[in-house]
Design a protein around this ligand. Structure first.
Ligand code: ATP
Ligand code: MG
Ligand code: FE
Length: 333
């Protein structure tokens, strides 16, 4: 099967052609980061406008690079949610127009299912599996017992991991998106500043990062008031250590409790060097579970992951009709 994937949920306009759910024939991403940087975050109206300008070109480019015509495509998969409603609408409408004009099946895809399925572009899935989803808007542990089946066993009660990274980075005066900058600084610093870790109730797989974020901000302000100079690198390293401690400890517990044969890591924060290292240290020696982490380009938003998730829906006979709409609050199930 050849699936054309389209992704416009946030600030990347992306299209991709994937064969058999596992092989990337093209993966085109037009990033808008430069346009949003000076505002310190994604401006929804600007995102929508860019998607309108880019989407046709990006889809054409994906077909060209894959050396396929639209007639050879079996179905169009598109992110229907969650995300920014105006941004999602552009992709959904583009997909509907293409599907209608060329009489192709249309398949709505959950953005987080996409992030998880980025892993299938690397390794075949083995069930039951646990996925650690760490992105700009989500931090979840998702149990999958089969293709297309999702059980959220833990999630953040406030900020997502990526959101905490971006907010802390902003306080430190780093450019948007801040995650990669904190990651870089953390490699050069030492985790010597004491910061909290939110374990929550015993046995809980939920997360909370807003307390940690506030603690970093308070630590900075207190130092400023005392006229002290805090080492930004050490603060970044300490923040990162706290995030990773909680993420990896809870993930390890979830993997054991649910007998997962694989651990798939998904979302933009999966690009984090420190997190990747710690996951390798923790899981590489274990024979009962296989760790899979996609390369950086498949961790952040892209359309190959949407095509990969869409392939499973296609094979399971799931179709969307022309009433398909952008759904910013779409639940994973
Ligand atoms: P969602 O997928 O939840 O809808 P999103 O699509 O905006 O949100 P992604 O594109 O998956 O999120 O990831 C973007 C996030 O990943 C940003 O918060 C960014 O700071 C973070 N990020 C990217 N690289 C790194 C890194 N090396 N270390 C930490 N965070 C990172
Ligand atoms: Mg993004
Ligand atoms: Fe995303």
């Amino acid at each position: 099967t050849l699936i054309l994937g389209i992704e416009t949920s946030c600030d990347e306009t992306a299209a991709s052609v994937v064969r058999g759910g596992t092989e990337i024939l093209s993966n085109v991403v037009a990033s808008q980061i430069e346009s949003h940087k000076r505002f310190g975050g994604v401006v929804p109206e600007i995102a929508s406008r860019h998607h309108v300008e880019q989407v046709t070109y990006v889809v054409e480019e994906a077909l060209n690079q894959a050396e396929r015509t639209i007639e050879e495509i079996d179905a169009i998969a598109v992110t229907e949610g969650p995300g920014l409603v105006g941004a999602l609408l552009i992709g959904v409408n583009a997909a509907k127009a293409i599907a209608f004009a060329h009489e192709k099946p249309l398949i709505g895809v959950h953005h987080i299912a996409g992030h998880i399925y980025a892993n299938r572009l690397m390794k075949e899935m083995k069930f039951p599996l646990m996925s650690l989803v760490v992105s700009g808007g989500h931090t979840e542990l998702v149990l999958m017992k089969d293709h297309g089946s999702y059980e959220v066993v833990g999630e953040t009660r406030d900020d997502a991991a990526g959101e905490a990274y971006d907010k802390v980075a902003r306080t430190l005066g780093l450019p948007y998106p801040g995650g990669p900058h904190i990651d870089r600084l953390a490699q050069e610093g030492k985790p010597v500043i004491k910061l909290p870790r939110a374990w929550l109730e015993e046995g809980s797989f939920d997360f909370s990062f807003s307390g940690l974020k506030s603690s970093v901000i308070n630590t900075l302000h207190n130092a400023e008031q005392r006229g002290e100079q805090l080492d930004t690198k050490d603060l970044a390293a300490s923040f990162q250590e706290s995030v990773i401690d909680v993420l990896v400890t809870k993930t390890e517990r979830a993997v054991s409790q649910f007998g997962a044969k694989q651990l798939l890591v998904a979302g933009g924060v999966a690009a984090n060097k420190g997190l990747r290292e710690r996951l390798h240290e923790t899981f590489d020696d274990r024979e009962d579970v296989e760790l899979v982490i996609p390369p950086l380009s498949l961790c952040t938003d892209n359309a190959a992951m949407i095509a990969a998730a869409g392939t499973i829906s296609f094979e399971q006979g799931k179709r969307s009709d022309y009433a398909l709409n952008a759904n910013p609050g779409l639940e994973l199930r």
